[in-house]
Write a protein that binds this ligand. Sequence first.
Ligand SMILES: Nc1ncnc2c1ncn2[C@@H]1O[C@H](COP(=O)(O)OP(=O)(O)OP(=O)(O)O)[C@@H](O)[C@H]1O
Length: 835
Amino acid sequence: MGSPRKLERRNVVDMESNENCATKASSLRQPSKIPPPTPAKGLFEMSASDNNARAAAASMMPPPGLIPMKHKVSGLPEPAPKRKTLAERAGETRTNGAAPPSSRPVNGAVKAAAIAGPRNPSLSSSTSSRNISSSSYASSTSNGSRPPSSLNHRPQTAMGHARSASQSVVSNMRPATAMENHSAVNGSRAVPAFDVDDRFEKVESQYAQLRGMIERSNTERNDMEERLSLQKIRLNELEVIRTQLSASNNALHSELEDAKVKLSTTTMALDDARRKHTYEVDDLRRKHRHDHDDLKDAHRKEMERLRRETQEEADTLRRQAETGSSTLRQAHREELAEVERRMKAALDDERSRRIQEVQEISTKLELHRQNTGLDIEQKDRENDQLRKELSQSHADFDRQKELNASLKHSLSEAHANNLSFETSNKAMKAKIDFLESDNQAQSQAFADLHKRMQEAIEAAEVAHAKLRAEETLRRKLHNQVQELKGNIRVFCRVRPTLPSAAEEELPAKIDFPDSSEDAKEVAVQGPEQKSALGKITTSTHNFSFDRVFGPSSQNSAVFSEISQLVQSALDGYNVCIFCYGQTGSGKTFTMTSPDGMIPRAVSQIYASATALEEKGWRYSMAGSFVEVYNEDLNDLLGEPGELDKKKIEIRHDTDKKRTELKGAESVVLDSADRVHELLARASKNRSVAATKANERSSRSHSVFILRLIGENGITGETSTGTLNLVDLAGSERLAHSQATGERLKETQNINKSLSCLGDVIGALGQGGGGHVPYRNSKLTYLLQYSLSGQSKTLMFVMISPLQAHLSETLTSLKFATKVHNTHIGTAKKQTRVKD
Ligand SMILES: Nc1ncnc2c1ncn2[C@@H]1O[C@H](COP(=O)(O)OP(=O)(O)OP(=O)(O)O)[C@@H](O)[C@H]1O
């Protein structure tokens, strides 16, 4: 780091070189600005030495703004440099003034200025400008260079610079010496006249420029001088401040020296005082010890003296006492006797008084004791009370302790729970973080799932539509199958031989199929017949039906064959299944036994109705159970006592092809099990009405009516089907002569209704819309819509396996064959679609 002076000098050089370049370019220069004065604060912060150094530098150097001005204004050489030593000259380059300026190029001059350093920049710049002018002069004058002495001439003042500058410009046209003048005159001879005019004009304009520059330089110089005087004033002020500060510094310094002297004096005095005090204390301690020892000796001596005196006095007194004691003892003895007498008297008085006092005291004591006892009792009670309270408190305390322990336990549990909660909370947080991090993937998965679900829903809707179409098709095909099978079908069932049968009840010769076979034929060997020649022959009767069930067949197998018909009722058809046969052939067993057709039909319908719910169907089922007895209609679900009294009316709705029973109970079958309840109630009613000789079930027709109303919420379709399950009365023909009274009436009515049933079926078989005698019996009237050509009918012909019943068996089979051979038209579905 250089000194401030050096730095300022280097800045000045830089500015000079820059400004010289600017001068060369335009020959004009803007006046430089004087920097503002440095703030006072900065000055006060400087040390005295810095201040002095700056002041000295200021006195030695011009202000920064003035230094470049000097060179810029002149652009001319500085005052003559001081003479250099040989060593300095050896360090200089040869270019510095060694070669004639005219022979040096401009670039070489700049380079020489850079090498010469900051001490002579103006020299290099003036050299370069001179080179330019010299070169132009040389070009016009062919002879020569100027003497080197003129190059080294440098004015000492600004005016000198200006003058020098003007000379430098003028030197382009006028020689500085007589020799040069002569050369110029010689040269002018060679220059044509118009060249002289031109040059003169040029010189004039250059002169004008030079004058302007001189004036500006004068103005700037005046400014500089003013600023210089201001700086000098400022410098003087700073000098005064510095003097004041150094004076105050000296005063403070002297004060500090005084204070130091005082401090050392005080320290010394303090040390003396401390020393003196120590000596005094030691003296006092010594003196006190001596005093103490003296006092101790004096005290000891005094004590010995006193002891001796006391001893002497004691001896004297002892002697005196021994002499006076005998006299005194005598007197004393007398006094003692006197005193003893007095004391004795006083003692007696005192004793009596004391006894009295003791008695009083004992009385008081007793009283006090009693009071005390009472008090003690009171206290005891209080004590007990307190003890109880104490025990209570103990118990409370124990409870509190237990509570405290339980609370502590709860607290520890809560703490444990808290820890577990915190753990689970952390786990949950981690899970949440994980879930949140996984949220995007889940969202994507959810979107995929949603898409797949939509696709599945669409597929399901398509499948549902397909299912509905298939369901409709199924119903259609089912109906076609039923039609192909015939609207009235006949099944034959042979009951087994009962274990309770008597030995004489021989079985008839019936060829019935095995239960495994899907048989349709049954062969019955007829009774023996004797010809006129006495030859006994038997004939076999072959019957063919839609299905023949042997004795080993079960209700389940039978129902599986009729289940499709039951399904038809659900589909909106009127279906009628009736059992025909003689008494004891198994009609009731087949129809109303716990696993008979009625319970099974209801169960199937209920299951099918539930299954159809997903296809939009909602079914309601209601059941009625009536009997036709002696051409009267009785409600088997009514009150037991009213079976034969309350009469039921049959009403037909010809539009809807539906039969209503006015006065009969209609029970809603909201579950499959309700049917057992209905059957039990019907059985009970029948048994109440029965007499010993009259089994009611055998002498009446029972009709179970199941009404099915379905609505499809999707298609708007409705269906109303009816399933009639009929257990006919025994079909045996009894001779009118064999029956009398009520039995005769029953027989007549049964015969009538069964023959009427045959008539109706016969009429339906004839077709052609002819008259059908439904009204001829209550049974056929009740079953009008179930037997019409628009319904589906199945007849079970039940036969007994016994030889004794062979005749009735053949009759039944013949009737069944007649029915089987009948075609009663096409069933119609009772459905409609809502608007
Ligand atoms: N397939 C069968 N298997 C076993 N037992 C049967 C079968 N069919 C009927 N029975 C029995 O035969 C007897 C008579 O049957 P059932 O009462 O059903 O005849 P029915 O034709 O209804 O007589 P009724 O006309 O008097 O009512 C009953 O004890 C019954 O249990």
